[in-house]
Design a protein around this ligand. Structure first.
Ligand SMILES: [Zn+2]
Length: 228
């Protein structure tokens, strides 16, 4: 493929903002004063661990939300946050890999609190170069020639939760290749990202509710331009 992969946001570029938001959500947990030596040490510690675990900002933010829910009304000393967040991220990743329940109601139950899709199973993802146009002509190799192909810039990905996994397990190989996997997106693989690069309020590119395993309308199809 000729397309470039885009850049995965670097941890050092989002960690500061993430930590500020995370601290603000848990003001009573004994955080060191901002800009203090202890605060800088905490930052390095989180940075090293997040880097080793290849944590993405979205994973960190989901874990932060889950931590808030799990420890609502309880104190969790600031030193214990990193380990808790890493555990939550680990279990979210494990859940993504685990085989999904076949029963739709069970998948729905397990995914109700999904921080990515709220249980719908689909997550809107954006090409790194999305600029507000839902499709873009790009050079790509097709049949041994460079041709202009119409690439979708906004599509629906299968979520990492039980519902998303279940949907992904129900589609055929062709659709599995075509529809991005949120697990890949979160890991920074491929050309998709969860944040809208234009900064606009996200819109739902997914299918209407209740269509079962139907293919999303904007499902990342590479249009071969075959209109003759
Ligand atoms: Zn989900």
């Amino acid at each position: 493929m000729q397309e470039d992969k885009g850049k995965v946001p670097l941890i050092k570029d989002w960690l500061q903002g993430f930590m500020a938001d995370h601290r603000a959500s848990r003001p009573g947990d004994g955080w060191p004063e901002v800009e203090s030596v202890s605060a800088r040490r905490l930052w390095s510690d989180w940075f090293n661990h997040f880097r080793d675990a290849k944590v993405t900002e979205l994973e960190a933010r989901s874990a932060s939300k889950q931590l808030g829910e799990a420890f609502a009304g309880e104190k969790l000393w600031c030193d214990e946050h990193l380990e808790t967040l890493l555990k939550l991220i680990g279990s979210a990743r494990a859940q993504a890999m685990a085989s999904p329940p076949d029963d739709r109601a069970e998948a729905e139950r397990l995914s109700r609190d999904c921080p990515h899709c709220s249980g719908g199973g689909y997550v809107t993802v954006y090409d790194h170069k999305y600029d507000g146009h839902r499709a873009m002509l790009r050079d790509a190799m097709a049949g041994g020639q460079v041709r202009k192909l119409n690439f979708a810039m906004v599509v629906s990905a299968h979520c990492t939760c039980a519902m998303g996994r279940r949907m992904r397990s129900k589609v055929g190989d062709e659709d599995r290749k075509r529809i991005p996997d949120l697990a890949d997106v979160l890991a920074g693989r491929g050309r998709w990202q969860v944040e809208d690069p234009t900064g606009d309020v996200p819109f739902d590119a997914g299918p209407a509710q209740g269509q079962g395993g139907a293919v999303p309308a904007a499902g990342g199809r590479i249009d071969n331009g075959d209109r003759s």
